[in-house]
Design a protein around this ligand. Structure first.
Ligand code: MN
Length: 748
């Protein structure tokens, strides 16, 4: 552990005017307060604030910042109070320690929405004085360096927070060394295999290129000294995480990376930078398009340097950075270095004031001011999204609550991010006051107002629209539940009918008693299984009433009569076309209303409350006599009684279900129908047919030419109609046309 005098010496070495008494007092106070507390590593706790202080002496920070580093954990972890620190060290230091205490309590890798809120608090805590951030970053760096001592389950979370918040923040402040070290340790923790692979390849490459690096370094140093220029030439290799990120961003392999190696040439003056550039460009061929002058146009975080890439002796691309010592310090330490070299004088104590002139701090100041005002969210987002959270969008509730979402998120994601209950009842949305579709991609600063209806259940198709895991999981859960309920309702209906026909009592208690027999755990499950067609109503009936005699067994008959057993049980088989063949008309005439065996199951189209599908090409429209066929695991499929496909189910009477239309005329739904039309092959005859259908407000879905003879066309038209009356009107209108020779309905 560093001794007290060693720490003081480190500070006075770069700042002879440092307040030694302050440093000594803070050292002793923190050591006493932390007392016998231990780190996870087994070291005395005090070694931690001491190391944090040491990191900050490397950044050559002022004595107040070093004192704050020593004290930074005392309020949170010992019996020290803000009042006590204020009275011993002054209010300035007390305030800084207080800021660090607040940050320590933030959980920055909570759910995304909360994370944005906590990030906002973090920025506010560092708003007044950038030294809070500098101490926090040093604190995090030391914690990352000693991460191996933490329990394994905590490491990932800390590394994630470092990668997502602190490393980009360090980068935004121009502290690149800090950023890279934070990133590399996080990377090693979060993705050990990738880290291992890259470091191995790097070591391998280093070995192979040892001569190349030495040769470039030597050539350059000689050339520069030939021209009387003093320059420091240093080879440098990219850090593992920076390589990994580049490989991911550009989707390329390690071998394709061209700039793993680089050189940094440090000189005394800005003019010298351009002279060095001249020497480099006359020594090696350069790679076009890689020259960048960040001296005349500095980066937003004050980074200044000249970049150029040359083709080295073994045709290797090598990047060179040319800069002055001052630029180098700013490039490495960013905001921390800025005060130091302002006008060549030492910034010392007043780093906070001096650093106000640097652009990184300007960014921080502007951002936090906007946050404090809280009324210009767009600008706030414009500023913060630059480097942090570049893959997120920030939106607002009408009350101004900030919701952070991944890029590409929709109002559905927004609704679920606010609350699962809001997502489940969402039926529409307003974005910035305008009604918008729910598939709209949200943008930064959008205000989203979710329109809700309590009767809503999320449609399964939403799962494909939502991008957040939370929304997807909730939609899956809600639709699974609603589908189960629907099958349950269908199953209950089928069972009640079956019990009724057999003149047997139906009750939930009876079902409860036979759950085991059917291997289900609840009545709801049993009903759903019957609704899905996985368990037949007959079997449930027999188990609930063992005295029940299945009529099919009791009255055997010749195979030709087989289908008519259904009639006795009221399964709707009377609508079935007997082998002799009934015409469509006679099928329509026979009515189920006189059926004494109870009401048929109401079918409300596809949007009803039971799981129904319509037979493909079946062409059932309201008004048609219909039957339902129970298909295991799928529920009910609706066929018009005249459908030839029904023959397949003749010998499976237990699958037939009596159904009837129950269409809500206030909420009309269109149904597909198919017509077979023959018409004279005259110019405009197809147009005339289309016109009749259109005039009668039918929708044409598809037209298929079946036969094209010189005199006649035969075609199949798929159209959508409200009901049978509507369809018949269209058919009759078509038949009146002189060039139409025949029109008939097709049922699959
Ligand atoms: Mn700490």
């Amino acid at each position: 552990m560093m001794r007290q005098y060693e720490l003081v010496e480190r500070v006075t070495r770069y700042n002879p005017d440092a307040d030694e008494a302050l440093l000594n007092k803070a050292y002793v106070y923190a050591m006493q307060k932390h007392g016998s507390q231990m780190r996870a590593s087994g070291d005395p706790y005090f070694s931690h604030p001491l190391e944090v202080a040491a990191i900050l002496t490397d950044l050559r920070l002022d004595d107040a910042t070093i004192a704050v580093a020593l004290l930074h954990d005392t309020i949170e972890d010992t019996d020290a109070t803000r009042t006590e620190i204020d009275s011993l060290f002054g209010e300035e230091i007390g305030k800084l320690v207080d800021g660090l205490t607040k940050i320590k309590r933030l959980d920055l890798v909570s759910q995304k929405a909360k994370q944005a809120e906590n990030f906002r608090k973090l920025l506010l805590a560092i708003a007044d004085d950038v030294r809070v951030l500098l101490v926090k970053l040093a604190d995090r760096l030391h914690n990352m360096r000693t991460l191996g001592h933490m329990p394994e389950h905590k490491r990932g979370r800390i590394a994630e927070e470092t990668m997502e918040i602190y490393a980009p923040l360090a980068g935004r402040m121009g502290m690149h060394d800090m950023r890279e070290e934070l990133e590399d340790i996080s990377f090693r923790t979060l993705n050990p295999e990738a880290y291992e692979t890259i470091t191995e390849r790097l070591a391998d490459l280093r070995e192979r290129n040892r001569d190349l690096i030495a040769s470039i370094e030597q050539t350059l140093t000689e050339r520069l000294s030939d021209r009387g220029m003093a320059a420091l030439v240093k080879g440098r290799e990219k850090r593992p995480y920076s390589i990994f990120r580049k490989m991911q961003r550009k989707a390329i392999g390690f071998e394709q990376l061209s700039d793993i190696y680089g050189f940094r040439v440090t000189v005394g003056t800005m003019e010298a930078c351009y002279r060095v550039l001249g020497v480099i460009h006359t020594t090696w061929p350069t790679v076009p398009g890689r020259f960048k002058d960040y001296i005349s146009t500095p980066k937003q975080n004050d980074y200044k340097s000249i970049h150029t890439t040359i083709v080295g002796p073994s045709r290797q691309r090598v990047e060179l950075q040319i800069r002055t010592i001052t630029m180098d310090r700013i490039a490495e330490y960013g905001i921390a270095a800025h005060a130091l070299y302002k006008d060549g004088e030492f910034g010392g104590r007043n780093i906070a004031r001096h650093s106000e002139d640097c652009r990184a701090f300007e960014w921080l100041r502007r951002t936090t001011e906007l946050l404090a005002q809280g009324d210009t969210p767009e600008e706030f987002l414009e500023n913060t999204k630059l480097e942090l959270f570049h893959d997120q969008v920030f939106c607002f509730t009408p009350k101004g609550r900030l919701i952070a979402l991944p890029r590409g998120a929709t109002p559905i994601d927004f609704a679920y991010a606010v609350h699962t209950g809001i997502g489940n009842t969402c039926v529409g949305c307003k974005v910035n006051g305008k009604i918008m579709p729910l598939v709209t991609e949200l943008h930064n600063g959008d205000e989203v107002d979710i329109i809700r209806s309590q009767s809503q259940t999320p449609p399964p198709a939403w799962e494909a629209i939502a991008v957040t895991g939370k929304a997807r999981a909730a939609i899956r859960r809600a639709t699974r539940e609603s589908v189960r309920k629907q099958y349950g309702a269908l199953g209950e209906h089928i069972l009640k009918r079956a019990f009724d026909r057999a003149s047997k009592v139906y009750s939930e208690d009876l079902l409860e008693a036979v759950l085991n027999e059917h291997s289900v755990s609840s009545v709801a499950d049993l009903l759903a299984a019957v609704g899905r067609g996985d368990i037949t109503a007959q079997n449930v009936l027999k188990s609930a009433h063992p005295d029940y005699q299945d009529e099919r067994v009791a009255v055997p008959g010749p195979p030709s009569e087989e289908g008519w057993f259904g009639l006795k049980q009221g399964y709707g088989l009377k609508f079935r076309i007997p082998p002799s063949g009934l015409s469509d008309e006679s099928a329509n005439v026979s009515s189920p209303d006189g059926d004494a065996s109870g009401p048929a199951l109401p079918i409300r189209g596809l949007s009803g409350d039971i799981p129904v599908s319509f037979a493909p090409d079946g062409g059932a429209v309201p008004g048609d006599r219909i039957v339902g066929i129970l298909t295991p695991s799928e529920g009910l499929t609706i066929y018009p009684i005249q459908s030839p496909s029904l023959k397949e189910f003749d010998d499976q009477t237990e699958r037939w279900v009596d159904v009837r239309w129950d269409i809500d005329i206030n909420n009309p739904e269109r149904f597909p129908a198919r017509l077979d039309i023959s018409a004279a092959n005259e110019p405009g005859s197809l147009a005339a047919i289309a016109q009749i259908i259109g005039e009668n407000s039918g929708n044409i879905d598809n037209v298929k030419m079946v036969q094209r003879a010189p005199d006649f066309h035969q075609m199949v038209i798929d159209l959508e109609v409200w009901d049978l009356k509507h369809l018949n009107r269209i058919i009759n209108q078509l038949r009146t046309k002189p060039n139409v020779s025949s029109v008939s309905r097709v049922n699959g």
